[in-house]
Write a protein that binds this ligand. Sequence first.
Ligand SMILES: CC/C=C\C/C=C\C/C=C\CC/C=C/CC(=O)SCCNC(=O)CCNC(=O)[C@H](O)C(C)(C)COP(=O)(O)OP(=O)(O)OC[C@H]1O[C@@H](n2cnc3c(N)ncnc32)[C@H](O)[C@@H]1OP(=O)(O)O
Length: 302
Amino acid sequence: MALAVGMRVLTRSLLRPWVRGPGATPGRTGPVAGGGDCVRCFGSPRVLVEPDPAAGFAVMKMRNPPVNSLSLEFLTEMLISLEKLESDKAFHAIIITSDCPGIFSAGLDLKEMCGRDPTHYAEYWKAVQELWLRFYLSHLVVISAINGVSPAGGCLLALSSDYRVLADNPKYAIGLNETLLGIVAPFWFKDTLVNTVGHRVAERALQLGLLFPPAEALRVGMVDQVVPEDQVQSAARSVLAQWLAIPGHARQLTKTLMRKPTADRLLKERDADIQNFVRFISRDAIQKALRTYLEKLKQKKS
Ligand SMILES: CC/C=C\C/C=C\C/C=C\CC/C=C/CC(=O)SCCNC(=O)CCNC(=O)[C@H](O)C(C)(C)COP(=O)(O)OP(=O)(O)OC[C@H]1O[C@@H](n2cnc3c(N)ncnc32)[C@H](O)[C@@H]1OP(=O)(O)O
């Protein structure tokens, strides 16, 4: 309910034409980060959408610095942008990438799961479920251009796309590292990983909280392609052409056929999953583990 209200407010206030570049004003064309002109960018403070309707796709850039952690507001803004693109017949695909150098996404925002009350945890988890369901089942082709590190929820986001291109940088590790934080990846994170890399690789990766550097990620099938860092966006665009050449209805029905059973598992027990999360995350031991982890991240700097 709160999410629905929040989304209505955000839709009204945030989804206006958005033009990037020094001195750019809304409604005008301006330069964009990757070069070239942004004809009609739109979006919200944390999500920049660069549409190319003539080519049938849009680039969705995450920009929630410093690390694109998936806060409630950020999740909501991503959902709204995705819904807007899905409801526009001009778009058949999106490329999701990051505007934060070196970071695709640091995953779920630990501050949303630490020191808050059960109502907040429930609202937050519902938004996490919603984003996964929308991306995982989207009728659009979703390509991840992974231009940075992507642990846990960042990895889940990438795994929810149809194809993953990862920049070849040893720092850009990807994986579901929840156990390293003393928490447990829920069954639908696990199912998404199993569907991608198979049961044995997933079992080992999940228990050990493995974060795979690019070559390893490619070897186990966690990503589909590893390319030099400066070619991630162009590689994503090239592969998109192949996906868009397939008759859309046939591809979409096939995607549904492959993914619906996994999504249905969550859809059937959404409320129970929320309650389970709230119970788990509220435990003193889990709260302590998360605080300690956040503290370690801070200490790493000093
Ligand atoms: C029986 C039970 C069964 C089932 C259980 C039921 C339910 C399931 C329960 C729980 C599941 C919950 C699932 C969670 C999934 C997640 O996504 S958890 C998040 C995991 N993420 C990480 O581990 C990444 C942590 N971050 C990093 O490793 C580094 O920050 C990173 C490599 C991304 C970048 O490094 P660097 O560039 O050096 O930046 P800093 O480390 O200095 O970070 C900058 C500031 O950002 C803050 N920060 C980093 N990550 C997060 C985050 N995920 N959330 C919030 N904040 C984050 C960091 O603290 C710094 O803040 P500061 O500037 O110090 O204020």
